[in-house]
Design a protein. Structure first.
Length: 334
């Protein structure tokens, strides 16, 4: 006789609710996780609130100043908020800030990437450690020290460089020198490049250190030279990191105050030559005129600070877009 056994399926387990599934996906199933999640979320919201408050304050004071300005705020080459009527504009400040920052980036980024590659892929271990330590130490030097060094050491030493540039490239008009003191936007750009060099180098070095060894060893096994390994494996992997490091350096260059004020001879005029004194930057103008400014003058300075705030946001936003478009090189999926 055949005996047929009937197997019964176990009862289905209770399914968690959608809210429980979301908490489990976030790892917030235990009290400590929920507390940490709340603190993290609150910190992020607090940062946004602070930025919104700063933007609202700057906008309010800027509107008060611009409403009384008898000149075009964006194109005027004059800064006289205490005049009757008040006239001031940011054309010279915007030009000086952007030009000096561009000069600093052109000088600093290639040098910083080269130093980072040397430390991570060329220098022996007993040499790379001390060099990295010195670079990190330079990043912690206060800007006032760079300003003193620039005013007392860098400016006198640039006379020969200015003369050489005038002799061989003065015909361009951009690098023409009229034998004045080398306290121009070009000098500011060199000083800013020295200041942001440690930041870009340190971040780029950390990024290059994260390149998977397997990628490099595979390229070497295929017969690639060391430079080809760097060009095909290291630089593509670290491209987004180098962009981020450059944006950090650019942020410091845009907002640098005391060092620029100590080496620049500002004037509200835009010269065709980068070697002639003139121009100014937002941060330098605010620092040099805030103490002696009237209430109207302070509102005008705050209005210029709002422009610098917007420029900084745009620069960081552009950097995020560049990094997002090159996400395949970030190494996140490696």
């Amino acid at each position: 006789m055949d005996i047929t056994t009937q197997q019964t399926a176990p009862p289905p387990l209770p399914q968690p609710s959608p809210a429980e599934q979301k908490r489990a996906a976030r790892g917030a199933t235990r009290p400590g996780d929920r507390i940490f999640l709340g603190l993290s979320r609150g910190s992020g919201i607090l940062v946004l609130v602070i930025m919104a408050a700063i933007a609202a304050f700057l906008t309010y004071r800027a509107v008060l100043a611009i409403s009384k300005d008898e000149a075009n705020f964006f194109t005027a080459f004059e800064w006289n908020p205490a005049g009757i009527p008040p006239q001031f504009g940011i054309a010279v400040l915007a030009f000086g800030t952007v030009v000096s920052s561009i000069i600093a980036m052109i000088i600093a980024v290639p040098v910083a990437v080269g130093i980072a590659l040397f430390i991570t892929h060329y220098a022996p271990r007993r040499l790379s450690g001390p060099i990295a330590y010195v670079i990190d130490l330079l990043a912690a030097v206060p800007s006032i020290i760079y300003g003193l060094w620039g005013a007392l050491v860098l400016v006198p030493q640039l006379v020969g460089l200015y003369g050489w540039l005038d002799d061989y490239l003065g015909w361009t008009g951009i690098l023409e020198w009229n034998d004045g003191a080398p306290r121009s936007l070009f000098t500011v750009g060199i000083l800013l490049a020295i200041m942001i060099l440690p930041i870009i180098t340190s971040v780029s070095r950390e990024v290059f250190d994260q390149v998977p060894r397997m990628h490099q060893e595979a390229a070497l096994a295929l017969g690639a030279t060391r430079w080809e390994v760097i060009r095909m494996s290291v630089l593509p992997f670290g491209r987004s990191g180098v962009i981020s490091a450059s944006m950090l350096g650019l942020g410091r260059a845009l907002g640098e105050t005391m060092a620029v004020a100590m080496v620049l001879s500002p004037s509200f005029d835009i010269n065709a030559s980068l070697l002639d004194p003139g121009g100014g930057t937002f941060a330098q103008n605010i620092a040099s005129k805030f103490n002696e400014a009237t209430e109207m003058g302070r509102d005008a300075l705050i209005a210029s600070g709002l422009v610098l705030f917007v420029i900084t946001l745009l620069v960081n936003g552009a950097a995020r877009l560049i990094i997002a478009r090159r996400k395949e090189y970030s190494g996140a999926n490696a």
